[in-house]
Design a binder for this molecule. Structure first.
Ligand code: SF4
Length: 447
């Protein structure tokens, strides 16, 4: 799937012509990246000013670098999100998912429902569950370890991609142990990788404005590098399009690149657009100078610059259909991205913030976006090992394609926050037993 050298030289000529037509500062940075040089923070900042011919040159450069590394293959993972509680002690200004523990809309799934969701995902072909949630008050410190153990003992082959740096830090604090000790306990309980979320923008001044009291940039780095040291890989992210400057974005990319140089433990980088509609810092105007998310051109710049700056260090740049929508996500595959993320099945966090792209995308639809660009879809696992390459579409629909025709069977966030069966009642951990979602819905005569 990697193009042969004559194809590359032909394409390289076309990219060079575009670069030569760009603004000199943009052209210099792109030329450097194409020649194998490392783009500096100053140069990355200049790239955020790319417009017109410069923007086309940026996209073409990112696409050329993507082709060198990933060839024509575009990957996805079959996974399910399990956001087991929305009750949280923090009040991040961008978060519309969380509820205060006194609010009626707080929920906490019982343990048997959490495990049932993972088992159902496995039956539908998922290889990963992504487990993240709010931080409930007075939580049992061992909660995350216990959850991982329960999922792993029921489903030994399931990859647990779980617990953000914020959650790891909270678990360690509640357990009165070090971050390293907590991470070792998570690893030994079966956590296979950590989401590199709770990064937003890794500039403390930005964090203090949009989410005071959130894990600091230094603590984020400590959790991530310690995870890598104890053998847990992580992803990496940026949330952009709110108050951050181009300089802060450029420094964020350099920060992530530095972590990768130190540890080599990052599997992918995922730019995540700020979804503004229901975010408290937008709807309540809590933060001066806040923007209503990124424009389409800015989304393209962010992904393309991520590819250019991280080239040589992080091979996988993911576009998020949840944040950008399917059509822009597909277009981003021609601006440096090589991965379309996961099927998700229960997307809640962006939906609650006002994103309108649904809670799942079935595998056949993810592949359709890829094929329409003339590229080759492949299913991967969490760690980017290819499981199946789809030169042709399968003759029969897969289990998740069929199940996706009835998304209501998976339950929605809007439904969950209204269900008395799952209401949070001040508990420090989930109840062990409770009605499963199908049982609860049947009892209410809804399904
Ligand atoms: S982003 Fe996470 S930590 Fe912040 S309020 Fe939402 S759930 Fe809580």
């Amino acid at each position: 799937m990697i193009p042969n050298p004559s194809e590359l030289s032909h394409l390289h000529g076309a990219v060079e012509a575009l670069v030569n037509a760009a603004d000199p500062a943009v052209a210099r940075a792109l030329d450097k990246a194409l020649s194998g040089g490392e783009v500096s923070v100053d140069e990355a900042e200049a790239l955020f000013g790319a417009q017109d011919a410069g923007l086309l040159a940026l996209m073409a450069t990112a696409d050329a670098l993507r082709r060198r590394v990933n060839g024509d293959v575009v990957t996805y993972v079959v996974n399910r999100n399990i956001n087991f509680t929305n009750v949280c002690i923090k009040h991040c200004g961008f978060c519309a998912f969380s509820r205060d523990h006194r609010e009626e809309e707080g929920y906490f799934l019982p343990l048997n429902e959490i495990v049932r969701r993972a088992a159902e995902a496995a039956e539908l072909g998922a290889t990963e569950v992504c487990v993240q949630a709010g931080l409930p008050p007075k939580m049992d410190g061992s909660l995350y370890v216990d959850l991982a153990r329960a999922i792993k003992s029921a489903l030994p082959d399931m990859h647990i991609h779980g617990f953000s740096p914020e959650e790891v830090l909270y678990g360690a604090v509640r357990s009165r142990c070090s971050v390293e000790e907590y991470l070792v306990a998570l690893r030994d309980a079966g956590v296979g990788s950590l989401p590199g979320t709770s990064a937003e923008v890794l500039a403390q001044s930005v964090r203090d404005r949009i989410a005071p009291g959130r894990i600091s940039a230094a603590q984020w780095r400590e959790v991530i590098t310690t995870a890598h040291r104890v053998g847990i890989p992580t992803t990496s992210t940026i949330m952009f399009g709110h108050v951050e400057t181009d300089r802060e974005r450029a420094e964020h990319l350099a920060f992530v690149r530095d972590v990768q140089k130190e540890t080599g433990g990052i599997t992918e980088f995922v730019p995540l657009s700020f979804v503004h509609a229901e975010a408290p810092m937008w709807s309540k105007r809590l933060v001066d100078g806040i923007r209503p998310g990124a424009t389409g051109a800015d989304v393209i710049r962010m992904h393309a610059i991520a590819r250019v700056v991280l080239h040589g260090w992080i091979d996988n740049i993911q576009c998020s259909w949840v944040k950008e929508g399917p059509k822009l996500a597909q277009a981003l595959l021609s601006a440096g991205c090589n991965d379309v993320g996961g099927t998700l099945i229960n997307e809640s966090i962006s939906t609650s913030a006002g994103a309108s792209y649904g809670q799942l995308v079935p595998p056949s639809e993810l592949r359709r976006w890829v094929r329409d660009l003339g590229r080759v879809p492949a299913e991967r696992d969490t760690l980017y090992r290819v499981r199946r390459t789809f030169e042709q579409e399968p003759s029969e629909p897969e289990a998740l394609d069929l199940a996706a025709e009835q998304p209501e069977r998976f339950g929605s966030y809007a439904e969950l926050i209204r269900m008395p069966e799952y209401r949070y009642e001040g508990q420090r951990a989930p109840r062990l037993e409770g009605p499963t979602l199908p049982e609860a819905l049947r009892a209410r005569g809804e399904r």
